[in-house]
Every structure is written in structure tokens, then in C-alpha cells.
Design a protein around this ligand. Sequence first.
Ligand SMILES: Nc1ncnc2c1ncn2[C@@H]1O[C@H](COP(=O)(O)OP(=O)(O)OP(=O)(O)O)[C@@H](O)[C@H]1O
Length: 308
Amino acid sequence: MSSQAAPVIEVRDLRMRYGDKDVLTSVEFSIEPGEVVCLLGPNGAGKTTTIEILEGFRERSAGEVTVLGEDPRRASEAWRARTGVVLQSWRDHPRWTPRTLLDQVGGYYAPYATPDRPRPVPTDELLEVVGLDDLADQKIATFSGGQRRRLDVAMGIVGRPELLFLDEPTAGFDPQARREFHHVVHRLADLEHTTILLTTHDLDEAEKLADRVLILAGGRIVADDTAEQLALRAALEVEVKWTRGGERFVHSTADATDFVRRLLTEPGEPVVDLEVRRASLEDAYLDLVQRHEAGQSDEAVRAFREVV
Ligand SMILES: Nc1ncnc2c1ncn2[C@@H]1O[C@H](COP(=O)(O)OP(=O)(O)OP(=O)(O)O)[C@@H](O)[C@H]1O
């Protein structure tokens, strides 16, 4: 990946108003080639709206948006073939089978094949990647919610996209399907150098998948960093748990090293089952969003930017 390459997505002062309601007031971010970026935010924050604008499915109220070098509002068919989309709900074709559907949709991408990116992905390969090979010839009408979702993912990547949008891709997945899906995302990012923008409400998923996390709240991006840095920046206290004399203790502290040193050198019964847990992305996210909802958003954002 060249650091000189133009961003795949560039968003400046994006605004969106529905009726008299401002949902996006000034959204700004950019995404570099090959990055996996997760857009987080509470219900109604405007994540789907943002993604739909980037996909070219929704007209924005104002602002500048460039995706793969074009304005999605005026993007060409060739541009669309370079992007893949997994929507929150796909109107599928219940009487079709995954094989017939993917063959059909894949055919649309064939004219856009390049030497670097043969298109479409062969149906058998795709069915295997999303774990539907055993159900390839079964009617889609008989599928469970999770199996349909896998098919949605297959539809999103059949054209071997350079940029993939995933809107809550694992909603309704069981833990095993979720893990398999994470492998699919890593594979797309590592082997195909696909740039990925996803939304999720699963903070653990964001932490596992994303190179970078964007938090959307109050109409703008209030945090933009790696999951690890966001957790550090939240400057939340570290939780120390231990057992002494058969009794379990919990203590929160800003300086775990000093606390643990003192704990272990205190006279008395020996300390056992010592655990030190630093703030996770989930802790940081909830802290930021709660402060935001309590009307302390500027303070919360400043705290994120200033600490560490
Ligand atoms: N077509 C529309 N017309 C009017 N209001 C809309 C429309 N689409 C979305 N909204 C409103 O805009 C706000 C943002 O919605 P959006 O679906 O983008 O949020 P989200 O962050 O994706 O939420 P969730 O996490 O619940 O999926 C919500 O208040 C929603 O009700």
C-alpha cells in the first residue's frame, strides 16, 4: 500500500437533514486504501444515512464526498462495479437458489473484470468463502436468518469490490457464523486488499476487525482512532480484582502498577486470583456516548483529544 495513494473515501462537511431534523451536521473523515474502518454510534446517529450517501443510494443535503475518485451522486456504472454493498436487509429472491442468484448477479460484473481483479468471483469459491457450499442448490425461501445474511455477504463481494460497505453485517449471526464472517473480512482485507467500511453495534467485533474506529454522535465524528488508542484516551480507570482470605475484592485505579505493588507487599493473607483489566473499546465508547447524551459532548470530545 502506498502512502501516496489518494484516499478511497473523503468526506468534508457532510450534512443531512430530513424535514426539519438535522441528522448529520458536519461529518468529516477519510479512509485510505486497504483500511478496515468501523463506524460506531448509537441508534439513530446517522450511520446508515452516511453509508447510503457514500454508496450513492441517498442524496445528501450538503458537503463534499469523494468515493473511489468520484462523487457517488453522479457515479457511473463502472464505479458501481468497483464497490460492494451489504445492506441491512436485502430483498432476495425466495424461489432462487444461492447458485442461480450468484451466477446471475456475478454475470453483471464480468464486463468490469481487470487483470488485477478478475470479476466475478467464481460462484463455487464464493459459496465456500461464506460457508454456504452445502446449501448451494437449496431454495433461499427455506433459509434461516443467519443463512440469508451469509448470502447477503456473498452478494456484496461477488464483484470482487475494491471498496466494500457492510451495514451491520453480523446482525442475527450465531457466534460461529460471526467468527467465520470475521475470517471472511480478514481474508478480503489481507488477500484482496479490499477497503472496508462497516457499521456494527458489537464493540467486540469492532475491536477485532477495525484498523480504525469512527464514532458518530450528535451529527459529527467525535472520535477517530484505533480501538486501542480510543480505550487509552478515554482515560478510564483500570479495574483490579483479587481474592484474599477467601474474600473477593474489586478496586478501580488510575495507576494499576502502583496499586498492585502495594497490594502484594501488604502484610496479611496472600493475594490470589489477581486480575487487572484495562478499559476496553466498549468502556470507552459507552463513556463517550453517555457523556454526549448528558449534554457534555464538547467536554467528552475534548477529553478524548487531550488525554494521552
Ligand atoms: N428517509 C428518512 N426520512 C426521515 N428520517 C429518516 C429517514 N431515514 C432515517 N431517518 C432518521 O434519521 C436518523 C438517522 O437514521 P439512521 O438509520 O441513519 O441511523 P443509524 O445510526 O443507522 O441507526 P441504527 O443504529 O438504529 O441503525 C434517525 O432519527 C431516523 O429516524
